[in-house]
Design a protein around this ligand. Sequence first.
Ligand code: NAD
Length: 289
Amino acid sequence: MSGVIYDRVALIGLGLIASSMYWAIKRAGLAGEVTGYARSQETRGTARRIGLCDRVCDSVAEAVKDADLVVLAVPVGAMEEVARAIGPHLKPGATVTDVGSVKRAVIQSVAPHLPDGVHFVPGHPLAGTEHSGPESGFAELFEDRWCMLVPVDNTDEAAIARLKSLWQGFGSNVEIMDSDHHDLVLAVTSHAPHLIAYTMVGVADDLRRVTDREVVQYSAAGFRDFTRIAASDPTMWRDVFLNNRDATLEILGRFTEELFALQRAIRRGDGDHLHDYFTRTRAIRRSII
Ligand code: NAD
């Protein structure tokens, strides 16, 4: 798909997601000019060196001035600070979106700082890797992946449709969802599994009778995947858990109940319980693939 959807796009925060959006925009010719801003001078320097963005700006005000679409691609905990900084410089009629992994908290912290006449269409691409920073992005990241759009009440339908076509131009499927449901779905499918991976890798690291060399050498697919997930950016994931507290705690509560039941079955030698449980989970896997 091609064709300019926005004349000017501003990417704020030049990490994995923003850099992938830039390369995807360029590949399909979806925007006229793309400006970029990141807080650290070093990141801006790297972006200039690798040709990330048509123009890298030294102030966030300069980056968003005249932009038709502003993408907030910073860690969830930095969204409010950025929204406050850009608010006075936004063009009337512009759309602001974000790519944060949590939606309710981001909406609460960003929306109050946006002036009337600016459309806010929160989003979340369900695509990522364990890498971060301006050099980690690639145009194909969003292909055949889902992007959730989580519009707030009374959002302009044309603004939603335009942002939807940008994500479709990246090769993504787009789903519209409300923020609480989004946060619960992601707690099950992404946030709790990340925490479990972090924990499992921490347990292996703590276990002095098993050496680090043995952990690496003999790691089967399950543990290898855990180490990949547990290598994800610490700032991003700290912010996810601090900002999706209720849904994550609900899922972890249910998880520990189930884990204790399995632990008791193992202690009692209750093979039927284990077999029934694993039969049920195997059927779930077959039904979703
Ligand atoms: P990243 O660490 O690769 O990049 C974040 C960028 O934001 C960095 O360039 C950093 O310098 C910049 N930044 C941090 N604070 C800033 C501030 N106050 N002002 C301006 N720039 C600032 O992160 P990422 O993986 O691209 O994640 C960005 C957002 O996308 C996060 O909100 C994350 O929750 C979300 N997200 C990440 C993934 C993933 O798997 N990595 C997937 C979907 C959504």
